[in-house]
Design a protein around this ligand. Structure first.
Ligand code: PHE
Length: 339
């Protein structure tokens, strides 16, 4: 009998369960009313007195071992179930998460930054509230210069020296003041002009201006860079430069890209010419370099600047510039899939 009990103790020790049902079956087998342990106790009554001590102890050991085993298995099993439960029901449909989207201006801006970063341009930024020097004077637009009227400026009423920048050329001035050539930088940002608000223009919009200064920078470098840019952004490589005037560049030009005349929209957009004006550019005026402590005898450079709101209208086929600042969620939501 004692050997039998020892065998059972070994069986209890080795037992493993895969389910609650198996644990329960195990419990009934050993500790149930008609289980193995009770059978042993019944048999126990019939054994000789001198064996009782040893047998009693052995049966008790088996009893305790079986009970503890059941307890342990149950605890383990419950812990497991809890852990699995924390994954939830994996087949349940996901709760809808409201995803945001990037603003079309940001999308275009990021694309332009990416295109210029590939040819070594970094990004520079500056304040939207500017002083006269950085927005005008340093850019070869001294006081009373008639070209100041080219852009209707918002001044801060109490201080005529402080204004809302009319272009991010102001950032280029700041950059030149703080860095010596070679300089390759683009300056994205919001600018302000006191213009009537319509479907085509707004009193604030966004620009990306570029500046490249080094030894022997020529006009053909400028043209090559612009062509690289229009090809990368629009997939259109045909450009033309029309002579123009900016106080801070000499010579200056307007850049047109050949958009084509394939659709009715192309006709409308290009007023039937196929050409679309996208930016201003030119060779940096030596006076500007001087104003920013760069020696024009040693260095030359080019600059360009474009409004990116209109480019966003073009790229995304948006008909009214005001939609870009109205924050109508139904409009903005449409850019979810854009990168
Ligand atoms: N600053 C000009 C504008 O805002 C654009 C420009 C930049 C033109 C650089 C020439 C060179 O209209």
């Amino acid at each position: 009998m004692i050997d039998k009990i020892k065998e059972y103790i070994a069986e209890v020790d080795a037992f493993k369960a895969k389910s609650k049902e198996e644990i329960e079956a195990f419990r009934i087998k050993f500790s149930g009313r008609k289980g193995i342990i009770n059978d042993f106790f019944t048999e126990f009554r019939t054994v000789a007195n001198e064996q009782k001590k040893e047998l009693g102890q052995a049966i008790n050991t088996l009893k305790i071992a079986a009970e503890e085993k059941v307890q342990l298995l149950k605890e383990e099993f419950e812990a497991n179930v809890e852990e699995k439960g924390s994954y939830g029901d994996l087949t349940r449909p996901a709760a809808p998460i409201a995803l945001g989207s990037r603003h079309p201006i940001s999308l275009v801006k990021n694309q332009i930054i990416d295109i210029f970063s590939r040819i070594g341009f970094n990004v520079s930024e500056g304040p939207e509230i500017e002083d006269d020097w950085h927005n005008f004077t340093a850019l070869n637009l001294p006081e009373y210069h008639p070209a100041r009227d080219m852009q209707d400026t918002f001044f801060i009423q109490t201080d005529p020296d402080i204004l809302l920048r009319t272009h991010t050329s102001s950032v280029q001035v700041r950059y030149m003041e703080n860095n010596q050539p070679p300089i390759r930088t683009i300056s994205p940002g919001r600018v302000y002009r006191n213009e009537a608000i319509s479907a085509r223009s707004h009193c604030f919009f966004h620009q990306v201006e570029g500046l490249y200064i080094d030894k022997d920078v020529s006009f053909s470098d400028l043209k090559q860079t612009l062509q690289y840019f229009t090809t990368a952004l629009f997939g259109k490589s045909e450009i033309r430069l029309r002579p123009s005037y900016f106080p801070f560049t000499e010579p200056s030009a307007e850049v047109d890209v050949y958009w084509g005349l394939e659709t009715e929209t192309d006709y409308k957009m290009t007023k039937g010419t196929g050409w679309l004006e996208i930016m201003g550019c030119g060779m940096v005026d030596p006076n500007v370099l001087k104003n920013c402590n760069i020696d024009p005898e040693v260095y030359s450079g080019f600059a360009f600047g474009m409004g990116i709101d209109r480019i966003a209208l073009l790229v995304y086929g948006i008909s009214d510039i005001r939609m870009l600042s109205e924050n109508d969620i139904r409009f903005l939501e449409q850019f979810k899939s854009a990168l």
